[in-house]
Design a protein around this ligand. Sequence first.
Ligand code: GLA
Length: 752
Amino acid sequence: MAIRYIEQDRTFWLDTEHTSYIMAVVDEENFVGHVYYGQKLQYTEGTPAPVYLMRTGEAPFVPSKNNRERVSFLDSFPMEYPGNGLGDYRESAVSIRTVGGHVGVQLNYVSHEIVKGKPALPGLPSTFPGEEDCDTLILHLEDQTTGLTAELIYTTFEKVDVITRSVILKNTTEQPIYLTKVMSACLDLDCTDEKYDILTLHGSWGRERQMERRSLMHGKQSVGSVRGESSHQEHPFIALLSENATQDTGEVYGMHFVYSGNFLAQAELSQFDSVRMTMGIHPENFVWKLEQGESFAAPEVVMTYSSEGLSGMTHHYHDMYREHLIRGEYRDKKRPILINNWEATYFNFDTQKLLAIAKEAKACGIEMLVMDDGWFGHRNNDDSSLGDWKVNTDKIKGGLKYLVDEVNNIGLEFGIWFEPEMISPDSDLYRAHPDWAIHIDGRAATQSRCQYVLDLSRKEVRDYVYDQVSAILHSANIRYVKWDMNRQLSDLGSSYLSADHKEELFHRYVLGVYELQERLVTEFPNMLLENCSGGGARFDPGMLYYSPQIWCSDDTDAIERLLIQEGTSLIYPLCSMGAHVSDCPNHTVGRVTPFETRGHVALAGTFGYELDVTKIPKEDREQIPQQIAMYHKYHELVREGDYYRIASYSENHLYDCWAVSAKDKSEVLVTYVQVLSTPNVHSRKLYLKGFEPQAVYRLEETGETFTGEILEKYGFAVTNYDNYAIAADFNQEEKGLDILAHLDVVPAGEGW
Ligand code: GLA
């Protein structure tokens, strides 16, 4: 068992392969305190657990023996799940309101259980044990005054060095309790002189998940979303880094939220320099009424610790998500190389046009055609028809089945776009059911992209949407769905929810989306689902539970993608990042990049095309078969290998470099992208990563050999990088396997 209870010290000791997490119950009042999270500590039977540093022996800190200084205790003790309103002035994990209007709450230990495996969270996406052994600790806590109870749930994923956390709150009294805040996890690190940074991911449409690192100062620093989705703007992730942490060294604590709605991720440096990290549903616009006997399950937090810098954290998350979050047939399977018609045609297409693209795509080796927005209702731009999921036969002449059959006859599979959560004011659905749109009674609802959001808290609305989508999917041989969501929520209101449940809407909405996607993947288990939200606004672990890949960003420019994909791959495996080769000048930024560069950058994701293959320049068209051959050669390595960040364009503003190394280090694919040239400089030295130090690797292109150690410590030279592109292959001599370095150079002065 990776979890032990040490009775004499009332201590819970959770181990993974390289980390330990320790908590203790203290004082006769049974406070649950955080003791330690970090590098693995060896427990020796019979020796005391390291609880002395909790300083409960120091007079002011013992509440039962020093009631007059109770606040001194409450405001400094490292609480595992801090309550609210009673003297701990730091960020609370839970707050409530009773029918009498009181807000105080403090949950203390009652009992615990340790079980094999991992229970699922009702109605929520969550990580699962898979073949690896997991153990789960459930701490039962209670607030005797209000009758609120909590189960704090901890599961150890030993091999990937992850601990997951969630909380189930229950009302055991006869009166309702209103939950006004429920964090899923709190990590209260009792530090003294350590200095920390925090790392978060920020963005906007077209530039999602850019890394941002800053010093942790006194007070609270947070990121969050109140937009009804995890959002383009901030990401439900926060990492605490020792000040000197680098890619490969230093301490990193990561927290990532398996949730797709409003969130708060925060780090607080207290007056005594302890750090309290919290993560959960954002408390703004959140009140949840619990009737007698009812429970509320808070979404899961995936927590990890690395003593090997950011790389260590990245590897933990990549392995965790590949093995314990992504589900379905495509998890371990080659994803089809698709061509999507969005940037090729936008709304201007018909059967003939799509078949022409399909024919040319087939000749290039592409495997699937995806028909994007504009095939239904009378939608010829973005101002109508969402909700009317009926094929527009003026455009799709002959009907959907005819089109799909023809595409299949050409030799391609077929995929389709939906935006099931939305309703256009100009739609038959809205004319029939205006109250199905989220709105505040008596106030004109706010439009965004000319649309409203459907009230998915209502079962009848969910059923309607599901039936529409399912009927289309049954009507033809459709093997892929792109599920889009192109606006954020506003106008917190519902004609359906009563006044004391209205502020449950945003969470109920997310639960509604999860229910719909669960139904979809259950009814169509062999279909590939790709989530999307105006690009990457809902790229989060919650959605990853339903779809093995998510569209990363509407910005398909290869250079912009270096930044977006770097931030995304900090925590997500490459195989989850939707990435396509698109046309130039790029539709978002107008930049021109070599076709080869676009291919190499898209290869660090799911790989596909988003262009009119019948119209692109001949030289580009001719490169597609080579790119496709490259995908066939490396898809498995990219999907399953370890990702190493070697150089970052976001830091050096000149070039970018990463590697993907097979788990046994027998094969390494290094990608280098030169963004800007510098005149009159020596060759560039790259300190490669992901190699076995003593193994000999051969560069296939030239036959040169290197030891892994030399490549990593002495470096690999990129020469003459001013005006050409090369792809170079290494062979590993002893094992006879390929090691590849793709050296990809953007010609100087082109495009900007
Ligand atoms: C969003 C998606 C795009 C495309 C359009 C269609 O912006 O991110 O890929 O599907 O919607 O309207």
